[in-house]
Design a protein around this ligand. Structure first.
Ligand code: GLA
Length: 721
């Protein structure tokens, strides 16, 4: 394991437990080429000869070579990673090997979230390339992990030219592969139906996913996996990339004329132009690469372990989260202290552990048309003040949390009236409104300092133990008074950096606060945000059946411990569906678990189920949070039932969730073949009160009891005998 350099062949080999990644430097002039990524290979040599260059026909090299960091202008006409503009207006950049270093551990990325590791579980290669003519250096940073099959990549670009160089595109990683008839697995959606899985064949031409919304978005997701035909949960080869970034991005793949496939990932070049002065460095975000020859399930478990152990930070990283009740769907804007306390009182009696006050507690915010930015408690609603409310909630034995939307500013707000230039808008143009709000220009230090301070002041004033950080509109009408005309192309990225800086400040000043990110539901659910918050609200749609799709897509990459999931009232507020309360609870159990309804108004029959659900959460949450996740069956594919399970790392315990979405007449449910168990262990299945051997459960199956009727969920708890 680790990283080796074969000096004779000029070949670098990065090994994880089961995978190898190989790159090399060609003979003079010294291009850095990709050689191999896949199942682990023995030895430290290149498995293929290094490509050579015939100077008379150098275009043949650039037209087909597998380059680690392909550039514009030289004659490589496939997807490439970087485009520059020098002072003389040229875009050609031909970086050649300059130096490298290999070391234990992993560096931080300036201003950006990134996975982290210790010296004993990761090694890093930094390989510097330079174009001496224009004086621009690129350092490619690769880290190989020891405990997960993950390689990460990122890039630092440094100007050594003595002049200004403009970067108009800087991606983070490129991967060339021989075509194996790949299919692409990606995630797509919209508000209320985020991260649905899509799979389609990769053809010739350029394809991929992207966002130009300023956030990673509900629509596409900064993730793509190329899979060999027939790949399922247990079999097949998977090459996946996930970008640790929360703004505009692109992940593109192209089947080329030579029948090889090129995949690139990084910040979207849309409206991106970074002015790099002499001596300055631009750092591109990290790409996480996973190779699995054990199907999508193998990929998923690598992502989960990486994010749980090497990305998520803070007090709650490995801890059970308090069961919360959020008042949004219970009251919307119509609440006051008395109403909140009546919900809290009833909730505390049922075992719920935290009250979260959502949108509407501040300024003149009695509907969603005004007051964002006025982060001052509205004491007409919060009668007696925040401290009084929080202490009354605390007296009930509950924690208290609250909602903010720090990156926004409403035209109808005191802050905007005082500082009309603090919104992102173009002078003289009426900016596009969304939910009657503008985006605050947090790229300006004075704006983000003001907003941060007004939020921190509220948090310092009472015992607030949870914050929901929301972000409810995309960016448009880009212009900032904080930058000159020739640097307006930096706004998108500077906005993301500013938001990261604010979240970083928040978690360092309030390390005990549990932070949950949110963006109109799950519109900014990405690894960048997980660096700051251990959980993210998955979707405003908490309908149990829609959540099967959302949870399946989300859990393809992200650990269950990160998935914000609540039991809400029916008919569901987003799609009108009615499902049993019991089913809603069992499906929310796959996430952080909580409630978002008026517990004083639901039926007694439903209320009576809450203590049992609370008990269920406390019984299973350690397993759900820390276990290995296996996707057994998907309603999306079979139009019948959904099934997933978590297995403890020592394989002594497992929890299977089976959801009969649509009842099928005339025949019972066949046994469902489980995965991930120990064949030699005999498990007691609590719900069946039967002992069944692991090999039987995996090869014959668990005899699930398809209940009569739709939308029925069952849990099966397996414990080693
Ligand atoms: C967004 C969030 C919701 C809620 C509302 C409040 O839509 O996703 O959960 O907080 O804002 O306005």
């Amino acid at each position: 394991m680790g990283i080796t350099y074969n000096e004779k062949e000029k070949v670098f080999k990065l090994d994880t437990a089961k995978t190898s990644y190989i790159l090399g430097v060609t003979d003079e002039p010294g291009h850095v080429v990709h050689i191999y990524y896949g199942k682990k290979l023995r030895g430290g040599s290149s498995p293929t000869p290094m490509p050579g260059i015939d100077k008379k026909n150098k275009h043949w090299f650039f037209d087909g070579a597998w380059l680690e960091y392909p550039t514009a202008g030289v004659g490589d006409f496939r997807e490439h990673c970087i485009e520059v503009k020098t002072e003389d207006g040229c875009n050609t950049f031909e970086p050649l090997y300059l130096s490298h270093k290999i070391y234990k551990g992993k560096p931080e990325l300036e201003g950006l979230p990134a996975t982290f590791a210790e010296e004993n579980n990761c090694m890093t290669l930094e390989l510097v390339m330079k174009d001496k003519l224009i004086g621009l250096e690129v350092t490619m940073i690769y880290s190989a992990f020891e405990d997960v099959d993950v390689i990460t990549r990122s890039v630092r670009v440094r100007n050594t030219s003595g002049k200004v160089i403009r970067l108009t595109k800087v991606l983070s990683a490129c991967l060339d592969l021989n075509n194996e008839d790949f299919e692409a697995v990606t995630l797509h959606g919209s508000w209320g139906r985020e991260r649905h899985i899509q799979r389609r064949k990769v053809g010739h031409g350029r394809q991929g996913v992207s966002s130009e919304r300023g956030v990673s978005g509900h629509q596409d997701h900064p993730f793509a996996a190329l899979v060999t035909p027939g790949t399922n949960q247990t079999l097949g080869e998977v090459f996946a990339m996930n970008l640790v970034y929360s703004g505009n991005y692109e992940i593109r793949y192209e089947l080329t004329q030579h029948d090889s496939i090129r995949m690139v990932a990084g910040i979207s070049p849309y409206n991106f132009e970074w002015k790099l002065r002499h001596g300055e460095i631009f750092t591109a975000p990290e790409v996480v690469m996973v190779y699995s020859c054990e199907g999508l399930g193998g990929m998923t478990r690598n992502f989960h372990d990486l994010y749980r152990n090497h990305l998520i930070r803070g007090k709650y990283r490995n801890k059970k989260r308090p069961i919360l009740i959020n008042n949004w769907e219970a009251t919307y804007f119509d609440f006051d202290t008395d109403k909140l306390l009546s919900i809290a009182k009833q909730a505390s009696e049922l075992g719920i552990e935290m009250l979260v006050v959502d949108d509407g507690w501040f300024g003149n915010r009695f509907d969603d048309n005004r007051a964002l930015g006025d982060w001052v408690v509205n004491e007409d609603k919060i009668k007696g003040g925040l401290n009084y409310l929080v202490s009354e909630v605390n007296k009930l034995g509950m924690k208290f949390g609250m909602w903010f939307e720090p990156e926004m500013i409403c035209p109808e707000s005191d802050i905007y009236r005082a500082h009309p230039d603090w919104a992102i808008e173009i002078p003289g143009r009426d900016p596009v409104r969304c939910r009657n709000q503008y985006v605050a220009d947090i790229t300006r230090k004075e704006v983000r300092d003001y907003i941060y301070d007004s939020i921190a002041k509220v948090l310092r004033s009472a015992n607030v133990e949870y914050v929901k950080w929301d972000m409810n509109r995309p960016l448009s009408d880009l212009y900032t008074a904080g930058l000159p005309a020739d640097r307006q192309g930096e706004i998108y990225h500077r906005f993301v950096l500013a938001m990261y800086e604010m979240q970083g400040r928040l978690i360092s000043e309030f390390p005990d606060i549990l932070l949950e990110n949110c963006s109109s539901g799950g519109g900014r659910y990405d690894p960048g945000m997980l660096y700051f918050s251990p959980q993210i609200w998955c979707s405003d749609n908490a309908d149990a059946i829609e959540r099967l799709y959302i949870h399946e897509g989300t859990a393809l990459i992200y650990p269950l411990s990160t998935m914000g999931a609540h039991v809400t009232d029916c008919p569901n507020h987003s799609n009108g569906r009615t499902t049993p309360f019991d089913t809603r609870g069992k499906i929310a159990l796959a996430g952080t678990f909580g409630y978002e309804l008026d517990v004083t108004k639901i039926s007694e029959e439903e209320r009576d189920q809450i203590p049992g659900q609370v008990k269920m959460y406390h019984r299973y949450n350690d397993l759900v949070r820390e276990g290995d996740y296996y996707r057994i069956a998907s309603f999306r594919e079979n139009n019948w039932y959904d099934c997933y399970m978590v297995v403890s790392k020592d394989k002594k315990e497992a929890l299977v969730t089976y959801v009969q979405v649509l009842s099928v007449a005339a025949h019972g449910m066949p046994a469902v073949k489980l995965q991930g168990l120990d064949e030699s262990i005999t498990y007691h299945v609590d719900e069946l009160d039967r002992d069944i051997n692991g090999d039987v459960l995996m090869n014959v199956g668990l005899p699930v009891n398809g209940e009569f009727g739709d939308f029925k969920a069952s849990l099966y708890h397996l414990v080693s005998q």
